[in-house]
Ligand binder design. Structure first.
Ligand SMILES: [Zn+2]
Length: 439
């Protein structure tokens, strides 16, 4: 049995308390009204490159008024009964979902698990399996067909402090695939809109970034993140008016059961073969130089011809100052060593990556030759990308001493504004069906 990484996203209670206190104070001072959803304030927020200002909580009506339709932000989702639409959806896919037992604990502790070497579940965490055993499921996307091409992507956003990094990408004319966490989208909707405005591709990265294969460990615990993917889809739709068709499981923790559910929801599973491991620095698991070495290894493989016939997907993160700075540090060399850096769906020649017709990213040829990719319409509150080309400061993505903001459960407005989640609709209640069907 291999060693598994610890869960990097358990948030210390003290941080929850601090964020909750800050927001409560903000309300008391009446500052909330100054941060309402008007175009002017939204533009200011979307352009803010200081983490101190950019990461202030703000009120955004479309999210706040819909909070009761979503799980509590950053919490394992609770399940509500009685949603006929969701049950109907489950009824339509449940026959294709295998009864694979859960694995490990919600914190990703798989020690002591008795799992067959035959890897009957195609469990990526165990074997890096990407070709499902279950008939009818497509293979995961773990590399891309276009040679000399890097599928450029970042997980865990939107980060409230990402503007300097996004400004940099705009300045380079570079688009990427952003795997957004639903709770982050609800916390930072304007930042999510900016990604669409800038022309990045959006994929789903679950609701609150939990391990996925642990679902249904018990009836109580099963009320967690199976809904995550689904709820994140709805959050992205609510905020950006697009519905993604791709997702990436946190920690790559996916098996055929999870794949089958995601497939039933119209989500293609996207993994990776090259891992920067940038997220582990924040936990003290590895050194910064180790991340450098991972980037260097990818560059060396590219220089040595490893991608003469096939492209690569690199796992990197929009998680904190270091991960974004590291991406900038290596951007020029990646672009020069690989011929093409493109969003994942572009590399796959999927010109319509969303359920909706627009925006289109263009095909690979269009994208790499500066062709006719359709830019998205302005959601109305994102940044003016043409004016957001502020010079990037390598040390300025987050301010000195700043904490990474994108994984902070209690920053949710669901709690801060008092939105006790008491109801669920549509997709959300589908989990009830999933739960009842397998426990
Ligand atoms: Zn992640």
């Amino acid at each position: 049995m291999r060693n598994f990484p610890p869960n990097a996203f358990l948030i210390p209670p003290i941080r929850k308390f601090v964020y909750h206190s800050i927001y409560t104070l903000t309300l008391l001072l009446g500052l909330n009204a100054l941060l309402d959803t008007g175009k002017t304030s939204a533009q200011l927020i979307a352009r803010e490159t200081s983490s101190n200002s950019g990461c202030k909580p703000y009120y955004y009506g479309p999210v706040n008024t819909q909070l009761s339709s979503f799980p509590t932000i950053w919490e394992p989702a609770s399940i509500l009964h009685g949603d006929s639409n969701a049950e109907s959806k489950w009824d339509s896919i449940k026959a294709n979902v295998p009864k694979i037992p859960p694995k490990g604990t919600p914190n990703g502790d798989f020690s002591g698990l008795n799992y067959s070497d035959a890897d009957d579940d195609c469990w990526w965490t165990y074997s890096k399996c990407v070709h499902p055993r279950l008939e009818g499921l497509p293979s995961d996307v773990a590399d891309i067909p276009e040679p000399h091409t890097l599928a450029y992507s970042f997980d865990d956003g939107p980060n409230c402090s990402h503007n300097a990094f996004y400004d940099y990408l705009v300045a380079q004319g570079q688009k990427a695939t952003m795997f957004y966490v639903g709770s982050n989208v609800m916390d930072w909707p304007l930042e999510a809109q900016r990604a669409v405005t800038d022309g990045h591709e959006i994929c789903v990265h679950t609701w609150s970034h939990r391990y996925m294969s642990i679902f249904f460990l018990s009836r109580r615990l099963s009320a967690t993140d199976q809904l995550a993917s689904i709820s994140a889809m709805q959050a992205i739709k609510l905020v950006t008016d697009i519905t993604p068709t791709c997702w990436r499981p946190p920690f790559g923790d996916v098996d055929d059961r999870v794949r089958a559910i995601a497939n039933g929801l119209g989500l293609r599973t996207v993994l990776w073969k090259y891992d920067s491991n940038d997220w582990r620095v924040d936990d003290g698991d590895i050194s910064r130089s180790a991340v450098d070495a991972n980037y260097e290894r990818l560059l060396n493989e590219s220089a040595n011809g490893s991608f003469d016939t096939v492209g690569a997907i690199l796992l990197a993160h929009e998680l904190n100052n270091f991960t974004m700075s590291e991406a900038v540090k290596y951007y020029e060399r990646l672009r020069s060593t690989f011929k093409n850096l493109v969003p994942i769906q572009v590399a796959l020649n999927n010109t319509h990556p969303y359920v909706e017709d627009r925006p289109s990213l263009g095909d690979f040829h269009d994208y790499t030759t500066g062709g006719s990719a359709s830019m998205p319409s302005d959601p109305g509150t994102g940044s003016d990308s043409g004016e957001s080309k502020s010079p990037y400061s390598p040390s300025g993505v987050l301010g000195p001493g700043s904490e990474p903001q994108s994984q902070m459960p209690s920053s949710s407005r669901a709690r801060r504004i008092g939105g006790v989640v008491v109801g669920g609709i549509g997709w959300w209640a589908m989990a009830i069906g999933i739960l009842n069907a397998v426990v």
